[in-house]
Design a protein around this ligand. Structure first.
Ligand SMILES: NC(=O)c1ccc[n+]([C@@H]2O[C@H](COP(=O)([O-])OP(=O)(O)OC[C@H]3O[C@@H](n4cnc5c(N)ncnc54)[C@H](OP(=O)(O)O)[C@@H]3O)[C@@H](O)[C@H]2O)c1
Length: 759
């Protein structure tokens, strides 16, 4: 209660000896609250609900947390064994996930600070309900079941008011939404969406889309990609369900929707169980003004990604209303208010506290922009190797115009991308692709943040904080000094330019040296490494069509070869189409051209004329690399879809050559393949069997290839290398940080080499 005639009990005294449960201590707000209580109320016992994550059990997580900068003052004040003593004497860790089995709490809990939440704006609807509504209720019920009758300090958000305009007061939300019904529907949504995702029409669509990108790598790659697409579709759909349902009821997103229903559920529980309840609603929480240290922040929160991207010059414009209020509050003011609220349990109805700046210390989006811009003009970020970044000037042309510019930019990029993907591969094209990808990343960033923050940056609402202010004014002078949370008295220029921006940009001022491009490191043999090479496009600048022409040219007379050339040229587009669709299918259809040719004739031509052409086409860098592997004791393997007679000249370089063989009948090629061609997944499968038979270790092995269809082969080894990659493989290699090498074709070789013609 705030209106209290008698002198208020000092905060530390009111909390002394209490058993206090805190959830969400591994998060931003929870960490700051834990630091405050651990430091200020030494006689309080703190019970922490923590889940194990990423293989780290709860106690290890808390130990690691207490070692972070937020607790530096605490550690210094309490000596070298501060953390051990805190863990042994002050803290009790309860393992639990609010969405899982109810945790086993000890009894006698006096106060619950519930900070844990799903804070992403657009999670799938069921996940948001599970954490923010059902999770909150489950937590309080588990505490009650252990015999406690606590005072609940429930952390919500000012934005639960929804897509409203005007003044919002500290009071229960005005809505009649039945939280149980909504929660039931949200939980049922996953089942419905999962079922829908398995309908044949949709599965066909996923398969088609997956096949367009992965067909050349083989059917299993397509199936895997199709299933990934299905799962993505399910998640996206559940996000849509959340957004649409939230908006249809007047909330901008599923986060604020579920936080609002969480409030209602907790109010009902508190009234039913006659428990004291305070709901604390901060606005956008940002770095600390003073405690635990000026500028302290845990992870990047809401404004940082935009501020940093702006400082890097990456956002030319943003779709905010310049005179809209950006309601930001430093984290220590929120913690101080929460502690003060905890020290004064209400005696009757639940109480509501806005911890916000917008009403009495408004920060317009334009002021925010100007202060941030001023900061970066005085302290520009370094531009890697190129001086300093000059920040752009925003003119706030409005959401529609920014959206139109985004769309134009995206369309332009799509066009350039389509053209670049079809051009012959070269380092210059790869440079273009790099730039396209970077630009696309920027556009996606602006779009994502414009969508996500639209509701917050275009907001026209003021959250009043009369009750919070009254609580503050009711504190003793000492408590006011120690637990300051009057949002009107701090200065935005000081906070943004001297505290917040310096803190969040510190890491970018000492950028780690540019990450060197990944390179191949050839280690001597440990457990039998293989070095596997693709042939055409990788070792040689050639392809099956050209090899065929070599043979034909060697065999035909001057009068015959133009006709043959014309025939092949006529069919080239259909061969290329088939190759793009399915390399195996293309090889089968192309090798039909050999039907009827005499096997020994071809071999003779190879020995006498074409073999030399192949060796002249071999890249010098490839030969050097093969030799390096041999010197390191690796087994060298050539795997190719080319015919065995074309691979034969390279045999001396390899321990194993696996090439395509044509069926022979009565000394002549039938045009059929003797075995399916080793392309896409078939290559990876062959390699696994080969490695097992030769006791080779694929993790330590190397593979070199040039085409996206070789992805399964490259993925099968520990050291994949993209050589002269096509655009699709280049993108994968960059994403996975595989080395990319340019093995230029042998010097002085013309685009098409022809053997001397038969006179
Ligand atoms: N940040 C803001 O700008 C802001 C503004 C207004 C209100 N709030 C409210 O303030 C509270 C804290 O936000 P924050 O910014 O500190 O978030 P945060 O940094 O993302 O931390 C979330 C915390 O909740 C825990 N948590 C999430 N799901 C859980 C689960 N299923 N079971 C157990 N613990 C779970 C997380 O634990 P793990 O480490 O195990 O994931 C983490 O400790 C939330 O209630 C939020 O709605 C935040």
């Amino acid at each position: 209660m705030v209106e209290n005639g008698a002198a208020p009990t000092p905060i530390r005294e009111a909390l002394a000896g209490k058993r206090i449960l805190i959830t969400g201590v591994t998060g931003f707000l929870g960490t700051a609250l834990l630091e405050r209580l651990l430091t200020d109320v030494p006689t309080a016992k703190l019970i922490l609900l923590v889940r194990g994550r990423f293989g780290s059990p709860p106690e290890a997580r808390v130990r690691e947390l207490l070692g972070r900068p937020a607790f530096e003052a605490f550690r210094q004040a309490n000596g070298p064994d501060a953390v051990d003593r805190a863990l042994a004497e002050r803290l009790e860790i309860v393992e639990g996930d609010v969405t899982g089995e109810p945790a086993r709490f000890p009894g006698g809990i006096d106060i619950v600070f519930h900070c844990a939440a799903s804070v992403s704006f657009d999670p799938p609807i069921d996940q948001a309900f599970q954490t923010n509504v059902l999770g909150a209720i489950g937590l309080y019920e588990a505490v009650l079941a252990a015999g406690s009758r606590p005072y609940i300090v429930h952390v919500s958000t000012a934005y639960v008011a929804g897509s409203t305009k005007g003044v919002v007061r500290e009071a229960p939300l005005e809505h009649r939404v039945d939280w149980r019904r909504e929660a039931d529907a949200a939980m049922a949504a996953r089942q419905a969406v999962e079922e829908a995702s398995r309908k044949p029409e949709l599965l066909d669509r996923f398969m088609e889309a997956a096949a367009r990108r992965h067909r050349r790598a083989g059917p299993m790659a397509v199936a895997r990609a199709a299933e990934e697409r299905r799962e993505e579709w399910v998640t996206k759909r559940l996000v849509q369900y959340g957004r649409a349902r939230a908006q249809s009821l007047g909330w901008p997103d599923v986060y604020t929707f579920t936080k609002a229903l969480g409030e209602r559920a907790v109010e009902q529980l508190a009234i039913r169980e006659k428990l004291p309840l305070a709901i604390v609603r901060p606005s956008i929480i940002e770095s600390a003004l003073e405690r635990p240290s000026p500028g302290w922040i845990e992870g990047f929160k809401m404004a940082e990604p935009i501020i940093l991207a702006y400082g890097r010059g990456a956002i030319p414009e943003f779709p905010a209303i310049p005179d809209g209020v950006m309601d930001v509050i430093p984290v220590d003011l929120v913690v101080n208010a929460m502690v003060a609220v905890a020290a004064r349990p209400p005696e009757g109805e639940p109480e509501y506290y806005h911890v916000c700046s917008g009403s009495r210390n408004p920060l317009s989006f334009r002021l925010l922009y100007e202060l941030v811009r001023g900061y970066f003009e005085r302290h520009p970020l370094p531009e890697r190797g190129r001086g300093e970044v000059r920040v752009p000037t925003w003119r706030f042309p409005g959401r529609r115009r920014v959206e139109a510019r985004l769309r134009t930019g995206e369309r332009l990029l799509d066009g350039v991308d389509r053209v670049a993907t079809k051009l012959p591969r070269s380092p210059r094209i790869r440079d273009v692709i790099r730039r396209i990808d970077r630009e696309r990343g920027r556009l996606e960033f602006v779009r994502r943040y414009a969508d996500l923050y639209g509701a917050y940056t275009e907001i026209e609402v003021i959250y009043t904080d009369d009750r919070t202010l009254a609580l503050y004014r009711s504190l003793s002078e000492q408590d006011q000094a120690d637990y300051h949370f009057d949002a009107a008295v701090f200065d935005w220029a000081h906070y943004l330019q001297e505290v917040h921006c310096p803190a969040i940009t510190v890491a970018m001022r000492f950028p780690s040296p540019a990450r060197p491009d990944p390179t191949v490191r050839i280690r001597p043999r440990e457990n039998g490494a293989l070095a596997v090479f693709d042939m055409e496009g990788t070792l040689l600048d050639s392809n099956v069509v050209e090899s065929y022409l070599w043979l034909r040219m060697a065999e035909l007379t001057d009068e015959e070869w133009p006709f043959e050339m014309a025939q092949v040229a006529r069919r080239l587009p259909s061969y290329l189409r088939a190759e793009r669709r399915d390399r195996g299918e293309f090889l089968r259809s192309f090798y039909r051209r050999y039907e009827g040719a005499a096997e020994d004739g071809i071999r003779r031509l190879m020995d006498e004329r074409v073999g030399e052409l192949i060796l002249r086409r071999l890249s010098a860098a490839a030969v050097r690399r093969i030799r390096e592997h041999r010197a390191a004791g690796h087994r060298t393997v050539l795997v190719t879809g080319a015919l065995d007679c074309f691979a034969a000249p390279l045999e001396p370089l390899f321990d194993e050559v696996e090439a395509t063989r044509l069926a022979v009948l009565d000394g002549r090629y039938t045009g059929d393949l003797a075995r399916p061609p080793l392309v896409g997944e078939a290559r990876a499968a062959w390699l696994r069997v080969y490695a097992a038979e030769h006791g080779a270790d694929l993790k330590r092995s190397y593979a070199y290839a040039d085409s996206h269809s070789d992805l399964p082969l490259l993925r099968a080894v520990g050291n994949p290398v993209a050589v002269n990659p096509d655009v699709a493989l280049y993108r994968v290699a960059r994403k996975r940080r595989w080395p990319v090498e340019e093995w230029h074709k042998a010097k002085g070789t013309p685009r098409i080499l022809l053997p001397e013609r038969v006179p």
